[in-house]
Ligand binder design. Structure first.
Ligand code: PHE
Length: 347
């Protein structure tokens, strides 16, 4: 009978709040122990009362002990060794890639750029055609583009693929909104590239688009120069080189002075003192034309993107590349490994 009472008390210790337990079991007037002992003592023969009283005192001590050390009691019941060190659960933190991506977005948000996103499964129209890629442009090559299977029965522009860049969201934004536009577009992009130390078939970009009256190449240079200083430190310099993208004209590649050697030349910048970081340019009028065509199809009557009245700039940067430079990471694979020894360095 005593064992039964003790088992009941042990079960209550595990489920009840300590204060409620104390009241329920050890309460001076109505406590369970008090009532049980009274009932038993009353019905016991006189000579059994003394040993019974002693036994009840032991039980009371046992129950009090169970209350004092509930963890130990439960552990004992379950056969757990509570002297073993506990498993540490590290609090979750933002992944270094997302951290860099949010940092980039924030730099532009502070300049008045909003944020937009778009789908990773995209149509040929938004990923290529509206961005002025000629039908047989090498960037459309299946070498680079991961296409969705069994789309041959659809018109070319409706065929689905994994977006190869965030630029299609430029088009989606302009089709939906009239100028002025100031927007950044963070997101995942996909390319049929072999993985190596600097390439991954899935990576991240942040796109930028600014369209308004009187937007010039100087605005583009000033904006990106500010952004690079915000991301890499105020001592960083930028320089712009002629480049080519079908959807910008003129186009440029942007380099920053090497943050590892301050521009003097080192192994990281192949002794040039400069690191190439992103692509940009002025929005090509052919892009505005594709946007206007799409807006007309959607029933929008005003030709809101009139190249005679407005102009714009766009840019696109790789998040992995920027994060690698920021943190001196030499292999892109670390970002996707889930290896705590790598990730903990950013906690
Ligand atoms: N979309 C281009 C790329 O992925 C980058 C870019 C964006 C260039 C916007 C110019 C303007 O390479």
């Amino acid at each position: 009978a005593f064992t039964g009472v003790m088992a009941e008390a042990t079960a209550d210790v595990a489920t009840m709040d300590a204060e409620a337990f104390r009241l329920h079991w050890l309460g001076r007037k109505q406590g369970r122990l008090k009532t049980i002992s009274e009932a038993w003592l009353k019905s016991a023969p006189a000579e059994a009362r003394k040993p019974l009283g002693i036994r009840f005192n032991q039980l009371k001590q046992q129950i009090e002990a169970a209350l004092e050390a509930p963890v130990a009691a439960t552990a004992q019941v379950r056969g757990i060794d509570i002297t073993l060190p506990g498993a540490v659960r590290a609090p979750g933190v933002e992944h270094p890639l997302l951290k860099t991506m949010h940092e980039i977005v924030q730099v532009f948000n502070h300049l008045g750029f909003g944020t937009n996103t778009g789908p990773q499964v995209e149509t040929d129209f938004y990923n290529f055609e509206a961005l002025n890629f000629p039908p047989n442009h090498p960037a459309r090559d299946t070498q680079d583009t991961l296409i969705i299977a069994d789309q041959q029965s659809k018109p070319a522009r409706e065929r689905l693929l994994m977006r190869t860049h965030t630029s299609p969201v430029q088009i989606r934004t302009m089709v939906e909104q009239a100028p002025p536009i100031r927007i950044v577009i963070p997101g995942k992009v996909h390319r049929n590239d072999a993985a190596d130390a600097t390439h991954s078939p899935i990576f991240h970009q942040v796109e930028g688009l600014c369209v308004d009256t009187n937007i010039t190449f100087s605005d583009l240079k000033g904006t990106l120069d500010h952004a690079m200083k915000a991301l890499f430190g105020s001592a960083v310099k930028t320089r712009f080189f002629p480049s080519f993208f079908p959807f910008t004209e003129p186009s440029a590649d942007v380099q920053i002075s090497c943050i590892f050697c301050g521009g003097k030349g080192c192994r990281k910048c192949k002794h040039s003192g400069w690191i190439e970081l992103l692509g940009c340019g002025m929005v090509d009028p052919a892009v505005f034309a594709a946007v206007n065509e799409q807006r007309a199809l959607a029933g929008e009557t005003s030709p809101a993107y009139d190249p005679a009245k407005i102009s714009g700039f766009a840019f696109g940067m790789g998040v992995e590349r920027i994060a690698m430079i920021q943190h001196g990471v030499s292999d892109i694979g670390h970002f996707y490994s889930g290896d705590m020894r790598f990730l903990e360095q950013f906690a």
